[in-house]
Design a protein. Structure first.
Length: 397
């Protein structure tokens, strides 16, 4: 009989991927499902990146690459960090991986020993907690509710620190809330981190360009904690390259070397053609993204205005990414026929069955009062989906 490992059994399936799979299955059965479940841009990869990939193939970049990525790619990432974030990361502080997801796994697996605590502010992106569990670390969740714009303060962070704390893991702009930390808010976290030099902060900045309020701020900009920060980024979101699989870190050299070693035993490196294509994305002026960012902002405003028309739904005003994370707790205890809705998981199932809209429930993101809408879809699709959500919710009494 096949016996799976305790490690695997202790881990939850990715809720975002599970919901996307479910809606694909329902669509294949002929159901008219609108899926706002997966965080994936609905734009195509820009042509200049595709052209660079075609050239890489013609130039026979088809062999194993250095584990941490081609030299010219890491050079271009180093320049990007300086140009966009004013961060100095030398080539040997950069490791390129098979998606930011692997970058995060590399860092956590390289740093966390069994029993080490990892502070994760909630709402958090689904995979952080599960990767910590695979590393046999202990996730320590700090709840930041909607009234705090889903963000933690330095004091919140300090209260969660114990002698076993090894890491802090968070994202800005945040998946699933769209919240963006200001420079002052990051400085407040830095003020605390500085007091605990053994704690490493993983700052996941993969949505940096999808920011409606102005300039992106990086945690590593504060010199006094630069040696404690790993900056994660990637090309999936801004460059609409989810399927190409490329993420990267800028990190203290020791951590970069550790990730290189880890990756050398797992995947060797990400795809050679993807790497060459990414060089062109890194060299591109981010101003080429302005139409896409404007489209996301328009969609955010549309979704917020349609949600405002639904009694019982509360939202923050997300400043970035492409998610809204509405509070739906006003519907708990209500019923449809003989079904009582007690949590956001049940509400999402109800909205899938009665509204034919796929969303992801807040439980997987550490806040069971909310659900996540990914608005990476056309305005027409979003309008239709929100109408369906409103109609379905009005059936609950
Ligand atoms: N971090 C966050 C916050 C995300 O939303 C995602 C989702 N794609 C990732 C990391 C992983 O991105 P990828 O592996 O596609 O680079
Ligand atoms: N990050 C995206 C999301 O949150 C894609 C799915 C995933 O990688 O989990 O939906």
């Amino acid at each position: 009989m096949i016996q799976l490992s305790d490690r695997l059994l202790s881990m939850e399936e990715s809720a975002t991927i599970a919901m996307a799979k479910k809606s694909r299955e329902l669509k294949a059965q002929g159901k008219d499902i609108i899926s706002l479940s997966l965080g994936e841009p609905d734009f195509f990869t820009p042509d200049f990146i595709k052209d660079a990939a075609k050239k890489a193939l013609d130039d026979n970049y088809t062999m194993y690459t250095p584990v941490a990525g081609y030299d010219d790619l890491r050079e271009s990432i180093s320049q990007k960090f300086l140009r966009d974030n004013n961060l100095r990361y030398a080539k040997d502080q950069i490791v390129v991986s098979t998606g930011a997801k692997q970058s995060i796994a590399n860092v956590i697996l390289s740093l966390v020993n069994p029993g080490d605590e990892v502070i994760v502010p909630a709402p958090y992106w689904v995979s952080y907690i599960e990767i910590v569990k695979v590393a046999e670390g202990i996730p320590v969740v700090i709840n930041a509710g909607i009234e705090k714009d889903f963000k933690i303060t330095g004091d919140d962070l300090e209260k969660a620190i114990t002698p076993r704390t090894k890491m802090l893991v968070f994202s800005t702009p945040c998946n699933p809330t769209g919240s963006v930390y200001t420079k002052e808010e990051l400085a407040d976290l830095a003020r605390i981190l500085k007091k605990y030099p053994h704690i490493i902060a993983l700052s996941d900045e993969i949505y940096e360009h999808i920011n409606f309020g102005g300039k992106h701020e990086s945690l590593a900009q504060f010199d006094e904690i630069y040696e404690q920060v790993v900056t994660v980024n990637g090309v999936s979101k801004a460059w609409a390259m989810t399927g190409w699989r490329l993420g990267y870190i800028g990190a203290p050299k020791l951590i970069a070397q550790a990730c290189d070693k880890m990756q050398g035993q797992f995947t060797s490196a990400t795809c050679s053609i993807t790497q060459k294509a990414t060089v062109s994305a890194m060299h591109a002026d981010p101003s080429v993204l302005k139409d896409m960012i404007a489209a996301f902002k328009k969609r955010r405003d549309l979704v917020l205005s349609l949600l405002e028309e639904i009694p019982g739904i509360r939202t923050n005003n997300p400043g970035g990414a492409f998610y809204v994370f509405p509070n739906c707790s006003a519907f708990f205890g209500k019923r449809f026929e003989n079904q009582v809705i007690s949590n956001s998981e049940q509400l999402c199932m109800f909205l899938l069955e009665q509204g034919q809209v796929a969303l992801v429930s807040g439980e997987a993101f550490g806040d069971s009062n909310c659900f996540r809408i990914s608005y990476a879809a056309s305005e027409e699709t979003l309008t239709k989906a929100l109408k369906r959500i409103k109609e379905a919710l009005s059936k609950l009494v």
